[in-house]
Design a protein around this ligand. Structure first.
Ligand code: FES
Length: 655
């Protein structure tokens, strides 16, 4: 069925010398979705697509460097940069880079299959049953003592002998339960509704209070006794994917999980591209609305599936990296991009859902994990809470591998953190056929020795459409071990096999032939891709070793290495060691935390002590700025080989 969106930009009517001149605005029709939009003449095509809610891959956020926003334009005139990253054949077919194109007339835009596949994957439900079950058993050990408490009170009816105000009547009753010395404040909105509410409820009501420092804030009222039902929503606000869980606070149980691609993706793959976009016009507002809309979608699906009513959700706990947290709260990130990399805030006050644009839970209290520094965010603080690293005497290394490698070293006595810019290569950015972990992504690859034939598996056993992060790690490891690439990552063009060929940008290796893919062409890895991946792995390894060395310990002295992050879940340690991404240590020392950021949110929703730890961790953790450490650059350069220039550091790798 065709969907024609009537968007708000209308044709403009101007009165000129008493004659009415109608200025016709250019109209864009996007295929295959049949969405259309009218725009100002000269509008950027990528921006127009974002306004029309049409997903176009845009890894670099419109900088013109990734070449992923290719679309075919037909019909009217456009103005486009002829030097853009397109080859002659693509230009002949009518391809342009959407981000480098201004629209001058009515046009039709064909959005290619890759963008479509990602758009379809955005609505995908992920059920991580195994981890959720595992988490539920761990949550039972927590005491139920949430930031939010609900109290059922029966108020005595006013009389001439007892004529205190309605507000005092409520707080007096609450103090009988909470202690006479506690401070209780009633939110203004509640105060305005109080008179009618307590009388309509026949003087029997449930009061929801938010514990903030030494004060209990009355944030909600419900008629009758509703204390048996208390729910919270935890959300990991990821740069790529946002994951939410709905939690029964009384039962200390996760009832459902929902993940969605962060709708900001069309505006840039990584945090740097998003910050670039935030600076353009109303970019910050667009990014803010997209983050809020993503969380709204998660909430909607969680409520529908669990049949929990919106008014029964009393708390939302969020964690994200510093940039995602700023953007969700609609706060600018300009100073985060430039030395000395200063965020606007580390702690953000409690707000209501409507303050950040959440439409389904507008009155629900929202708290976000505090950030340590510009590139060490609330996701890491939450991850430390989740892993219990800060309470463990063992020396632990916590690694969250995403677009930024965020690393924490420490134990119950001290914590030191750093972040290294790995770039989006492991999430598919900057890699020709790189793709996120969606159905059809190649996730495991073997290269047969001698024949160089590939055997691969894909997520969901679907026809191959690209290669995701774990597939890329496997692929590089296998190419290295089988001799397809050398230790510098250069393809061995002397092997004389059809899978190795040269195109106008250099050598490439065919992982999957066109007849086995859903994108209608060969899936390849190029020398440029390999170079990007080598730089990403070198940054993570150099970050780890710089941090460990800075406190005078050796990697082998680490008691455990905790791998977190959704991407971390799928990494195979042996292959990650083979390419020199992770230190060559016994596999038993590596443990998978899963989505530590999300688990930290869940724990904080149930138990206030877990929440309070976040502030303590943020204040006590030292941050090491790697760009100010000369040894980091040396380590990085040494790590730009497979597995490393110093082979003695990787004794288990036979390359
Ligand atoms: Fe257009 Fe990257 S080249 S978004």
């Amino acid at each position: 069925m065709s969907i024609i969106l009537a968007l708000c930009v209308k044709n403009i009517t101007k009165k000129e010398n008493k004659k009415t001149v109608v200025i016709k605005l250019p109209k864009i029709l996007f295929k295959p979705t049949n969405r259309s939009i009218e725009i100002e003449k000269g509008e950027n095509l990528l921006t127009a697509a974002a306004k029309a809610d049409v997903h176009i891959n845009a890894s670099c956020g419109g900088e013109g460097t990734c070449g992923k926003c290719k679309v075919i334009v037909s019909g009217g005139r456009v103005k486009t940069d002829p030097r853009s990253k397109l080859n002659k054949a693509e230009i002949k077919k009518g391809y342009v880079l959407a981000c480098q194109t201004q629209v001058l007339d009515d046009i039709t835009v064909d959005v290619p299959m890759e963008s479509e596949l990602l758009a379809q994957a955005q609505g995908r439900i992920q059920t991580l049953t195994a981890s959720t079950e595992n988490w539920n058993s761990r949550l039972q050990k927590l005491a139920t003592d949430s930031i939010i408490i609900k109290k059922f009170i029966k108020l005595p009816v006013p009389s001439l002998q007892d004529s205190v105000s309605d507000a005092t009547r409520v707080t007096r009753e609450l103090k009988k339960e909470l202690g006479h010395n506690v401070k209780i404040q009633i939110d203004f909105k509640i105060l305005k509704e109080l008179e009618a509410f307590i009388r309509d409820s026949d003087w029997m009501l449930t009061v929801t209070l938010l514990k903030e420092f030494e004060v209990y804030r009355v944030i909600n009222l419900a008629a009758g006794d509703t204390t048996a039902r208390q729910y919270a929503i935890a959300v990991d606000v990821g740069t790529t994917t946002c994951v939410g869980e709905i939690v029964d606070v009384n039962a200390k149980k996760i009832l459902g999980e929902q993940s969605e691609y962060n709708a900001q993706i069309s505006l840039g793959d990584d945090v740097i591209s998003r910050m670039v976009y935030a600076k353009k016009g109303d970019g910050l507002q667009i990014l803010q609305r997209r983050a809020a809309a993503t969380i709204d979608r998660i909430i909607k699906k969680l409520l529908r599936r669990t049949k929990i009513k919106a008014e029964e959700v009393e708390l939302i706990v969020l964690a994200g990296n510093t940039i995602m947290t700023h953007l969700l709260y609609g706060v600018g990130t300009d100073m985060i991009r430039e030395a000395p990399y200063v965020p606007v805030f580390r702690f953000v006050p409690t707000v209501k859902g409507c303050d950040i644009g959440l439409t389904l839970l507008p009155e629900t209290a929202v708290v976000a994990f505090p950030c340590v520094a510009s590139y060490l965010g609330g996701d890491i603080t939450a991850g430390v809470v989740a892993s219990g690293l800060n309470k463990n005497k063992d020396l632990s290394l916590y690694i969250d591998i995403g677009t930024n490698g965020e690393i924490v070293l420490g134990n119950s006595e001290w914590l030191l953190g750093c972040s290294c810019s790995a770039g989006p290569a492991f999430e598919g950015g900057g890699v020709k056929d790189g793709i996120r972990s969606i159905d059809g992504a190649i996730e495991r690859v073997i290269i047969e020795r001698g024949t160089y034939e590939t055997v691969f598996t894909t997520i969901g056993n679907k026809t191959a459409c690209g290669i995701c992060g774990s597939g890329l790690i496997d692929l590089i490891a296998e190419m290295f071990l089988s001799g397809v690439i050398d230790k510098r990552g250069k393809i061995n063009s002397n092997l004389g096999i059809s899978r190795i060929r040269e195109n106008e940008h250099g050598w490439e290796f065919v992982v999957a032939w066109a007849n086995t893919t859903s994108v209608g062409r060969d899936i390849v890895i190029t020398e440029v891709d390999i170079d990007n991946l080598m730089r990403a792995k070198a940054a993570v390894y150099a970050g780890i070793t710089t941090l460990v060395d800075s406190v005078g310990v050796k990697p082998e002295e680490l008691d455990q290495i905790l791998i977190a992050g959704s991407f971390g879940n799928y990494i195979r340690v042996k292959e990650a060691v083979t390419i020199g991404l992770l230190p060559d240590l016994p596999v038993e020392k590596y443990k998978f935390v899963g989505n530590g950021s999300l688990l930290g949110c869940v724990k904080a929703a149930i138990n206030i002590d877990e929440w309070k730890q976040a502030a303590e961790i943020t204040k006590s953790m030292s941050y090491q700025e790697l760009s100010a450490d000369n040894s980091f650059m040396e380590r990085y350069t040494s790590a730009l080989f497979l597995p490393h220039t110093d082979k003695k550091l990787f004794p288990s790798v036979d390359g």
